[in-house]
Design a protein around this ligand. Sequence first.
Ligand code: BES
Ligand code: MN
Ligand code: ZN
Length: 498
Amino acid sequence: MKFTAKSEKPAAVKAGCVVLGVYERRKLSEAASQFDKTTRGLLTGLLKEGDMDGKCGQTLLLHHPHGARCERVLLVGCGKKNEFNATRYRDAVASAADVVNRSGASDAISYLPGLELRGRDTYWKVRQLVEVSIAVLYKPDELKSKKDKISRPLRRIAANVDSNDAEIAHKALNDGEAIAAGIQLARTLGDLPGNICTPTYLAEQARTLAAGHKQIKVSVLDKAAMKKLGMGALLSVARGSEEPARLISLEYHGGREGAKPVVLVGKGVTFDSGGISIKPSSAMDEMKYDMCGAASVLGTLKACAEMKLPLNVVGVIPATENLPSGNASKPGDIVTSMSGQTIEVLNTDAEGRLILCDALSYCEKFDPEVVVDIATLTGACVIALGSHAAGLLSNDDKLAEELLNAGTTAADRAWHMPLWEEYQQQLDSNFADMANIGGREAGTITAACFLSRYAKDYRWAHLDIAGVAWKQGKNKGATGRPVALLTQFLLDRCGNSR
Ligand code: BES
Ligand code: MN
Ligand code: ZN
């Protein structure tokens, strides 16, 4: 898909499709109203006849509108004007992209960035146009031999902006494409099945990413190297699998030499069967998504590199499978982590924290400015927050606030949960320094409490993405979340230096 910015009158522009917003109760947006005037009331006429009301999600496609120069015009419902918000803007953009793509138009010009949106500027609206359009048009059909091909798909989308905003629009298009590429990488990796996307495959992907961007360096540790470092927790998870575990590090150097990096740690369990504490078989296939934290780290680094952000960022990915076997960890086993703390593995299905704790200790070697880990860590988080917000827990309220704000800006939100010391005692063990589970209550919090014990020496935040990383049901598939949040967090940290 190619994206451009234009400043044209809606009825005068030549295009395969002109996209215009309509609010509920048949209220035309400014561009739609201009179009209506030039076409002598074409739109008001149709709306009066009841073809459309302007409710969210409604669309109406007209062909060869008389008095205009385009081949088609698509009206998109935006809901009540005074309720229009960021989510509805994204929904409007999404339905437009989908309908236009199936309409036969190969190019479109969207006037949706001209819609008034409190607290959001042209940069945001144009960037979202790119991110959302690319996201809806992606179908996870890489492994289907027959793809549902559209004979004349949409190839070019122009964002119409005020001519004074041309420069800002270009920046928004570039950033949007970079972020969308990062999101797409995370989605494709997430959707790949466990037999293809193994720890070795993730390491290859990291190498490919580094090969394409000279500011990225990669290193991959194997079992022997991890053993030397004393990563007994991580290696205990890998014991049951024939696929070798990997610890992948990527260093993106966009900032000053010596500037402390932001370190992103992504859970890379390429398949989580639960191990000996095996999961029920229904929907177990979805545990191929247990590496979505890792995928979001790769996606974010890709976006960073493509935007050439003036920052240093490190990605750390502990990657393994979690399977049962004669060699697998057993409930009750006690392992020693890299930090020296011992862990009683009461449930082998609480494996994410076991691989993350060693990765968090490993991070210290990068002398981090802050560390953010991203993990499909607990089913409890899905119960608490559903699929709209990631869980956010942190040992630093300022860092938490930065991440929350980034999520709101990027329309990829998180919600702050408490990490009070009262919860820590749920991890007490009779036989080791801690247990790897904290009982039925507050499962997301006790998982974060566990991690906090390995993140004492730096400012740290944890994103539990169990509810947001993929969608179930008819449109089952990875979402690429929270690449947008993380990228925004990094963009915001660049301040005015870009
Ligand atoms: N990967 C799962 C968490 C998960 C489950 C994410 C379902 C999304 C949907 C994680 O490794 C896990 O199994 N967690 C356990 C922890 C429990 C044993 C304390 C869980 O949430 O049940
Ligand atoms: Mn598990
Ligand atoms: Zn898991």
